[in-house]
Write a protein that binds this ligand. Structure first.
Ligand code: FES
Ligand SMILES: [Fe+2]
Length: 436
């Protein structure tokens, strides 16, 4: 029996390596749902998904079903999706609009802020029954930054400002690209499940080491990936040949850096592309729209990207290249759901937003060129970890080469190394031990 004492937990994480049970053991998974997903700040939704009063989206945070809903007073609320009578989910649809929420079982009706409005056949209620005590519970803590809504399902713990503070610039980097200063995540979703542990996807978003190998099929003869942004003729140089043309190397790729800022958060630096040559009818019109709002100088600044993938540990990542927000939802130790939201820039021409959605179909749908490579790696990892060859998974690349970065107030290392994964496991251990 695994009790999850700090002593037991710390034996699973060593400098530069992690025990395979952390990916395969259902007892550890249940503890993660309680101690990480039940406590940490988790992305719950974006305000653009619920523009009108009564609009809602349902999801699960760890084991707990929630309703992300716009109340009639205009506030975004996160309610726990469990009838206060005998427990069923009140809202069963993935999304919709409702004036009030009615439980299917005995018909109790709740307001959009969870207040219990009506009890069917109230004359049968016990003498001590008080409607005020039977509303839908609210998530204990909720925080919002530029439309991104996060919740913590615990009353206490790290504050929202501490959680979001070091990652604000990464959100700004994306949202500032919108001429109206707001993004929307209302263009539909890609959703897929893979038969692997959730941490495989979390690690992968900050793993640049795999790109030239896992995604070798996405580059042309010159070693350049296909274009993933509107206005680019081609994508990043991922693989190149040595001068004598005898060997292929990933030298061009090695300039990327990764950064960590505590709590498992981090990012990889921007992919080098030909920014000056970026042009198309849609992109040029977008640039004009942005310049009209913020001025040419600021427009140039905004369109010089700094970040590639950013991770708000543990369940949310933002990609700056072909813009999307990705939300990771563990289902069991070996099943994970991933939802990908294309980003629309408010105030940008429709053609620009459509192009981003179209490119995302190519890279991050369930049948895309890029994402499927990663999913195959996750699946093979989960199968490979059944082998008893060794109890350990290594992520020691670059250990000792981490350096402080004053500009970002972060710690930095080559993105070909594995510092970001080590940092995720420090956060994992912190969350898991704090709640022990
Ligand atoms: S269980 Fe919901 S109304 Fe009875
Ligand atoms: Fe990948």
């Amino acid at each position: 029996m695994f009790d999850g004492t700090p002593d037991e937990l710390s034996k699973l994480i060593e400098p530069g390596r992690v025990h395979r049970r952390v990916y395969t053991d259902q007892d550890i998974f249940e503890l993660e749902m309680e101690r990480i997903y039940g406590r940490a700040w988790m992305f719950a939704g974006h305000v653009s998904q619920i523009p009108e009063p009564g609009d809602y989206v349902t999801t699960d945070i760890g084991r707990q079903p929630i309703i992300f809903i716009r109340h009639k007073d205009g506030t975004a609320q996160v309610l726990l999706n469990r009838c206060a009578h005998r427990g069923p989910k009140v809202c069963n649809e993935p999304c919709g609009n409702a004036k009030a929420l009615t439980c299917l079982y005995h018909g109790w009706t709740y307001d959009t802020d969870g207040t219990l409005l009506d009890v069917s056949m109230p004359e049968g209620s016990a003498a001590h029954f008080d409607k005020k005590d039977f509303g839908l519970a609210k998530a204990p803590r909720i925080g919002e930054y530029r439309g991104f809504v996060f919740v913590s399902l615990a009353e206490t713990g790290i504050g929202f400002d501490e959680f979001i503070g070091p990652m604000k610039a990464n959100i700004d980097d994306l949202v500032d690209r919108a001429p109206d200063g707001e993004i929307s995540l209302d263009a539909g979703i890609h959703r897929y499940y893979f038969r692997g542990n959730w941490k495989l996807q979390v690690e992968n978003v900050l793993d640049s080491y795999h790109v030239p190998f896992s995604h070798a099929s996405t580059v042309n003869k010159k070693g350049e990936q296909f274009s993933r942004r509107e206005g680019d003729k081609e994508g990043a140089k991922v693989i190149e040949e040595t001068k004598d043309k005898k060997e292929k190397t990933a030298d061009a790729w090695k300039g990327r850096r990764s950064y960590v800022v505590g709590l498992g958060h981090g990012w990889t630096s921007n992919t080098e592309l030909k920014e000056k040559e970026r042009s198309s009818a849609a992109y040029d019109a977008y640039k004009d729209a942005l310049a009209a709002k913020v001025g040419k100088e600021r427009m140039e600044e905004i369109l010089t990207p700094e970040f590639h993938n950013s991770l708000l540990y543990p369940n949310c990542s933002i990609m700056g290249l072909n813009m999307h927000v990705r939300v990771i939802r563990p289902v069991s130790a070996d099943i994970t759901e991933v939802t990908v939201y294309p980003v629309k820039l408010k105030g940008a021409p429709d053609e620009m937003n459509s192009a981003n959605i179209r490119l995302l179909n190519v890279t991050h749908s369930a049948t895309s060129f890029v994402q499927t490579d990663d999913l195959e790696s996750f699946r093979r990892t989960q199968v490979g970890l059944q082998s008893l060859q060794s109890d350990w998974i290594d992520f020691s690349r670059g250990m000792g080469e981490e350096i402080p970065d004053e500009h970002y107030n972060a710690t930095s290392e080559s993105a070909m190394h594995e510092m970001a994964i080590r940092a995720q496991y420090q956060a994992w251990l912190q969350y898991m031990c704090e709640a022990a």
